[in-house]
Design a protein around this ligand. Structure first.
Ligand code: B12
Ligand code: SF4
Ligand code: SF4
Length: 345
């Protein structure tokens, strides 16, 4: 068995769902598109996106000795309709990827196990693992390795998994050859573009993160633009709309990873319960979850936006109760919510 076949077999036995090989190199268009994204200011306050752009666009600028990249995918396909809770206005919608353990932890553990196995098998080979933690253009690398293509919603779509793959990489000095890059299979479809509640796609294959609910609820600090708030519905952490409507999801399977099985408390939590969380309560509820990263204040800010959008007069008191919150952003969002519910039945 050749090196690439052996690594593929080992990766599958470690629980990865997709494996491919690419050269540690990306075409000039990746850099051009990244620079266009940054020049338009579409990264918003994610200042780190504008740092180390050469490394992001060129794997060998990140690690000059790298010869190949093993790109790994982990299926997180949901077992229920991820958009079902959008209509339950007194409840919150937490995006599929955040309903249980942090995927970074799950993926990193497996990537390290694969890296260790490779190091034992090929002593002297250089090996580094990455998952969303370094300036790596993960989607273009995954496309080059044949895992799927970057769809019009900008995420990787895989024939066998739809939009539901997490990505991670093992960079190595070993020359492992390449798989064939995957071609674009979006065709004339534009379901994802039309589904976006905030019109965050200025053009197909281009995202303005500043309008994306995922950015607004997770990355953005401080008050959310009042013009965008009514469009956010009850999405309090991330957003799955553009992913969920992709017709390629019909080939996806529900994942079998216990770490991603939704916690009962996060399937459709009541907004009133979430608004009541103080700092220790928030930390306890989201231990080990990616949600923990944003902290209680940003989280409750998001909950206030959802309450303001609920149309539920019964939640007016909950909002009023936080109008003097110690965090100025929470207090402002609470006042906005209370005002929006002023005439709600
Ligand atoms: C920054 C970031 C975000 C930002 C910006 C997203 C974005 N699209 O750039 C925000 C916070 C909004 C975000 C949201 C989400 N993210 Co995110 N994010 C990243 C991160 C860290 C970097 C992405 C990046 O480089 N963006 C910069 C721009 C320039 O890249 P881009 O949009 O991919 O741009 C390309 C296209 O525009 C394309 N392009 C431009 N014009 C044209 C024209 C044509 C014809 C073509 C073909 C292509 C093309 O070329 C550009 C360069 O490759 C990656 C991890 C990583 N290190 O790669 C995860 C990552 C992309 N995120 C991921 C996930 C899961 C999400 C969410 C689904 C989470 C959620 N449920 O809320 C959402 C999806 C929103 C969306 N529609 O993209 C996964 C995606 C997995 C996959 N299957 O693709 C990644 C890969 C993390 C991981 N390791 O699994 N994310
Ligand atoms: S994640 Fe939601 S807000 Fe962001 S682009 Fe997709 S549909 Fe639009
Ligand atoms: S919804 Fe349609 S256009 Fe969007 S990524 Fe999927 S196939 Fe492509």
């Amino acid at each position: 068995m050749g090196a690439a076949d052996a690594i593929r077999a080992q990766a599958l036995s470690l629980g990865f769902d997709a494996v491919g090989f690419a050269r540690a190199h990306l075409g000039a268009e990746v850099r051009e598109r990244l620079m266009h994204f940054l020049a338009e200011g579409r990264h918003g306050s994610m200042g780190w996106m504008a740092d180390r752009t050469e490394q992001r666009a060129h794997p060998r600028a990140l690690w000059p000795e790298a010869a190949s990249v093993v790109v790994l995918g982990l299926n997180y396909g949901p077992d229920t309709d991820p958009l079902a809770t959008l209509a339950e206005t007194d409840r919150a919608t937490v995006s599929v990827y955040a309903r249980n353990r942090d995927y970074h932890d799950v993926l990193k553990k497996r990537l390290k196990a694969l890296g260790r196995w490779m190091a034992e098998r090929w002593p002297g080979a250089g090996i580094k693992v990455f998952v969303d933690t370094a300036p790596v253009a993960e989607k273009p690398l995954a496309q080059a390795a044949g895992l799927g293509w970057q769809g019009k919603h900008t995420n990787l779509v895989a024939r066998g998994h739809g939009s539901w793959l997490f990505l991670g990489e093992v960079f190595t000095t070993l020359d492992l050859g390449t798989d064939d890059a995957e071609a674009d299979h979006c065709g004339s479809c534009r379901a994802c573009l039309d589904a976006c509640p905030t019109a965050a796609f200025p053009a197909p294959y281009e995202l303005d993160a500043r309008r994306c609910i995922s950015y607004l609820t997770i990355e953005h600090r401080g008050p959310i633009d009042p013009a965008l708030r009514p469009l956010m519905g009850n999405r309090i952490y991330g957003c799955d709309d553009c992913l969920a409507v992709c017709p390629w999801n019909k080939f996806a399977q529900a994942h079998s990873e216990p770490a991603f099985a939704p916690r009962a408390a996060l399937r459709a939590p009541l907004l009133s319960d979430l608004a009541a969380l103080d700092d220790p309560g928030f930390r306890a509820m989201f231990a080990g979850s990616p949600v923990k990263r944003i902290g209680r204040d940003r989280f409750v800010r998001n909950v206030m936006v959802a309450i303001g959008n609920s149309g539920e007069g019964a939640l007016r008191g909950t909002a009023q109760g936080l109008c003097e919150d110690a965090d100025a952003t929470v207090a402002e969002a609470a006042r906005w919510a209370a005002q929006r519910l002023e005439d709600a039945p």
